[in-house]
Design a protein around this ligand. Structure first.
Ligand code: ADE
Length: 257
């Protein structure tokens, strides 16, 4: 997969994409990240890419022309058509579902805004999709681009060492991930739950699903209301809730009510 990033801070994006799983995916040629700096396509001496906002007010807007030529160069770099995503707080919220779909594309491009944003005419003309990584405002799209590169890059076939670990991720089946433990079995902080040492794979799978359901119920109940649980999962969640109540614990959201 190829990801082109249009950014005023190409070094930052390249460095983010050079480490860990995503860096390894690039080394293995499963992923190619290329950056394009609109300043390189500005035509004046000062390499200007922004101008004041019509109507007044503070802040600058990224102008059409340098971006138009940058995007043209980016599109023409290889024949593969490209799905262009603009990153902004006004976009649709990124989800793991969207990440999975994007990860199957042969090529996407990420347009990072700075200042107050990008001239609306360029967005209307060039952009296929607008995405936000959350309901907060960053000073530019670069961190959001790094998030997408990471989330999409790690899903490329062969990027993760253990193929199962993507399936076990939080959200991959609409639930939060279960707790994980490593050695030692006993520590001053507590012991590893016995079932995980039992070697009984069915019991371990059941325990993990129960913890996933329970954690989702505790921490992100809205995710549970968005899906229909089968009878087995419902029974496991009921078991979790009974155990939780028998420990005298109340769910935070319930305590607040
Ligand atoms: N640019 C600024 N804030 C952003 C956000 N929350 N998501 C994506 N891009 C952004």
């Amino acid at each position: 997969m190829r990801i082109d990033v249009v950014t005023l801070f190409p070094d930052f994006v390249r460095q983010c994409a050079a480490v860990g799983v995503v860096g390894r995916a690039q080394q293995r040629e499963l992923l190619q990240v290329e950056t394009w700096n609109p300043r390189d396509y500005a035509t004046d001496r000062h390499r200007t890419v922004d101008a004041g906002s019509y109507g007044g007010g503070p802040g600058m807007v990224m102008m059409i022309e340098p971006l138009r030529t940058t995007l043209a160069a980016m599109r023409d770099a290889v024949p593969e058509p490209v799905h262009l995503i603009y990153l902004s707080p006004q976009g649709a919220r990124l989800t793991q579902g969207r990440v999975k779909t994007l990860a199957k594309q042969p090529r996407i491009a990420l347009l990072c805004g700075r200042y107050e944003g990008v001239d609306e005419r360029l967005l209307a003309h060039e952009v296929d999709e607008e995405l936000s990584i959350g309901d907060y405002v960053l000073s530019g799209g670069e961190l959001a681009a790094a998030v997408i590169i990471d989330a999409v890059g790690r899903l490329q076939d062969g990027a993760l060492n253990d193929a199962q670990s993507a399936e076990q991720d939080s959200f991959s089946d609409g639930l939060l991930d279960c707790p994980h433990y490593a050695k030692p079995v006993h520590d001053a902080l507590g012991s590893v739950p016995e079932v995980l040492l039992s070697g009984d794979h069915a019991a371990i799978a059941r325990w993990r699903l129960k913890q996933s359901l329970g954690r989702t119920w505790l921490r992100r109940p809205e995710l549970l209301s968005q899906r229909v649980l089968d009878a087995g999962s419902r029974a496991l969640l009921d078991e979790f809730r009974r155990e939780h109540a028998s420990k005298g614990l109340v769910r935070q959201n319930d305590a607040a009510e």
